[in-house]
Design a protein around this ligand. Structure first.
Ligand code: ARG
Length: 602
């Protein structure tokens, strides 16, 4: 124990918010406060962070504080000696059982079993709710999915849709107000071509509606006509002009097309179990009436220049080849607006009308430059308040086994609906082979969940920034960090609870006892649930949550092998049973936050 453990904690530093270590707090934050306090006491520096992280190895304790090295550097003093003084200055507390200085000045922290047991017991007594709500909820806009409605959703939309959905769920679960925004592409010259094709079909027969059902081939036919059929391209351009002028007939045809396309998307959202609804829709066309004004404001702020007839914004931070300034075009010489103009209007709407504190764009990494430019211009034009955080949550490309962007054998884009059905079909085969005795109804239910979860989990469990190779056999494997493994682990825990004859969720009865390292590991892992959620909410990497759940499942299995439940004496049995139930809650909630359904039996 650190010295003075008997003395009362006195916090007189105005620079630190030191919580009274509330039960069910975030352990890492509590440790961070304690160590920061000690650093500031010893050094007089108030801006040094304790930098507490999970220990990189079990022999380095449960957590480690790495902040002393930076403080020592700033003070030009020996880091190891400083670390020793910091350790001696850690305020009295009940969570740290042991502290060690390692290497050049790392501080290894060991939590006390008593603290862990007490926290877990308190958690049970208060109803087993793993997450508490933030005190000051933020308004967080999450822009995700945003398919182009001219075509059917394809695999390129998969990542953004499920990563965005997970982030929206996680941030919402913390008690923030989440505003989902589906920035679908519903405007532009392509729609002239599609309406022209639709109208000519309608004139000839009533086939239009039937053909629209296959949006992809509808688009391809329209495109072929546009490229090859004499006069068709002019007709299409005519529709674009009429559309822009607000011609009622033309708008009606356009709306019909959009509705059809949207119901395709909704079918996919439903199948994927994604939260997006029509209420979350803010299509590009929503901002049409704002675009003139965006140009005017940019001009008023002196941000606009004209280059070859086009209106552009040049910002110093963006240069192209050989340092030549890179323009962001906001209005073409023919008066047309661009993707960037709409995004500026959208960001202003989010900052000013929606009053967002944080705006997240879950969009392909290839649009990185676009967003950097839009964000920088919006800042200069004061479209968003300075304290609002605007972040591009980028992700890499889904690759085929050949290492190239995922395509069909003939080189076409893969329809998302077909990919999902293929996954469910493969899952059905697996389930039937594994459990031939199950009824067809049960097999269907299980393979639906496994098939969809496999695709989602494979994606969410990878670091979103890297490209990843889409591979059926790993994602459907029952081993490793996969959906089938996780779903199976959950179902197994449920069956354990059923067999113990007590399916009740943790109630206020059991005191948690830590009698050995397997129990300790499990308790610590469960208590870390809010930390992981916090980290995902802050950094928007769903793979942290997947890794956590996978580790939790593994730690649980080791606990269950080492610690008999039914045969243990009454109090220990109650404690262990409660740990099983808490693990089940954590797994279920974690998987739900990833947007995955669970099965009680498999
Ligand atoms: N529709 C765009 C695309 O398919 C994605 C929209 C992303 N969101 C945004 N605010 N630009 O690439």
């Amino acid at each position: 124990m650190p010295p003075n453990s008997e003395s009362v904690m006195v916090y007189n530093s105005p620079h630190f918010f030191v919580p009274r270590l509330p039960l069910m707090s975030n352990i890492r934050i509590s440790l961070d406060c304690l160590i920061s306090e000690a650093i500031s006491k010893v050094t007089g520096l108030h801006d040094c962070k304790a930098h507490v992280i999970y220990s990189t190895r079990p022999e380095f304790g449960d957590y480690q504080a790495n902040g002393v090295m930076a403080a020592a550097k700033q003070l030009k003093t020996n880091p190891r000696e400083l670390a020793l003084r910091v350790v001696a200055a850690i305020p009295a507390n009940d969570l740290i059982a042991d502290v060690q200085v390692a290497g050049p000045g790392f501080i290894n922290l060991y939590l006390s079993d008593g603290y862990l047991a007490k926290n877990a017991s308190r958690l049970v007594a208060t109803g087993g709710e793993l997450l508490s709500k933030v005190e000051t909820p933020l308004r967080v806009v999450v822009d995700y999915s945003g398919p182009n409605l001219a075509k059917e959703m394809h695999v390129g939309h998969l990542r953004g849709t499920i990563i965005g959905d997970c982030i929206a769920r996680v941030i919402g679960a913390q008690g923030h107000q989440v505003i989902r925004q589906n920035h679908v592409g519903d405007w532009g010259t392509q729609f002239g071509m599609l309406i022209a094709h639709m109208e000519s079909l309608r004139e000839n027969s009533s086939q239009a509606v039937v053909q629209l059902a296959d949006l992809e081939s509808f688009y391809r036919k329209a495109k072929t006509r546009f490229d090859l059929e004499p006069g068709f391209a002019d007709q299409a351009r005519g529709y674009v002009v009429r559309l822009q002028q607000g011609d009622a007939d033309c708008l009606r045809a356009w709306q019909q097309f959009i509705d059809e396309s949207l119901s395709h998307c909704e079918g996919i959202y439903e199948r994927l179990g994604v939260l997006l609804t029509r209420e979350d829709l803010k299509p590009e066309s929503f901002y049409n009436s704002e675009l003139e004004d965006i140009i005017k404001v940019l001009d008023d702020k002196g941000l606009l220049s004209v280059s070859e007839g086009a209106k552009c914004v040049f910002l110093q931070e963006f240069t192209g080849k050989e340092g030549a300034p890179l323009p962001t075009i906001v209005q073409k010489s023919d008066g047309g607006f661009l993707y960037a103009t709409t995004d500026l209007a959208a960001l202003r709407y989010r900052g000013q009308t929606l009053g967002a504190d944080r705006v997240l764009y879950v969009v392909d990494a290839r649009q990185s430059l676009h967003f950097q430019q839009v964000f920088a211009i919006a800042r200069k034009a004061e479209f968003v308040p300075p304290e609002c955080s605007v972040e591009h949550i980028a992700y890499g490309t889904m690759m085929g086994e050949d290492g190239k962007p995922f395509k069909t054998r003939s080189g076409d884009t893969v329809k998302l609906s077909e990919l999902l059905e293929e996954s469910v079909r493969l899952a059905h085969k697996l389930v039937s082979a594994k459990n031939p005795d199950l009824s067809e109804e049960a097999r269907k239910e299980i393979s639906d969940v496994i098939g969809i979860s496999a695709v989602k989990y494979a994606d969410l469990s990878k670091n979103r920034m890297s490209d990843y190779v889409f591979d059926w056999s790993t994602m459907l494997s029952f081993e490793g960090n996969t959906a089938p493994y996780m779903l199976y682990a959950y179902a197994r825990i449920r069956s354990i609870l059923r067999k113990q004859g007590d399916e009740k969720e943790p109630s206020g009865v059991a005191e948690i006892r830590i009698t050995g390292s397997e129990e300790r590991n499990l308790v610590l892992k469960i208590l870390q649930f809010p930390e992981v959620i916090n980290q995902v909410a802050a950094e928007c990497y769903p793979n942290y949550l997947c890794a956590y759940l996978y580790e939790l499942a593994g730690i649980f299995m080791r606990f269950y092998e080492a610690c008999p439940v039914l045969k243990a004496e009454a109090e220990i049995r109650a404690s262990r049973l409660t740990l099983v139930a808490l693990t089940s809650t954590a797994l279920k909630q974690g998987l739900a936050l990833l947007g995955l359904k669970t099965l009680e039996q498999m």
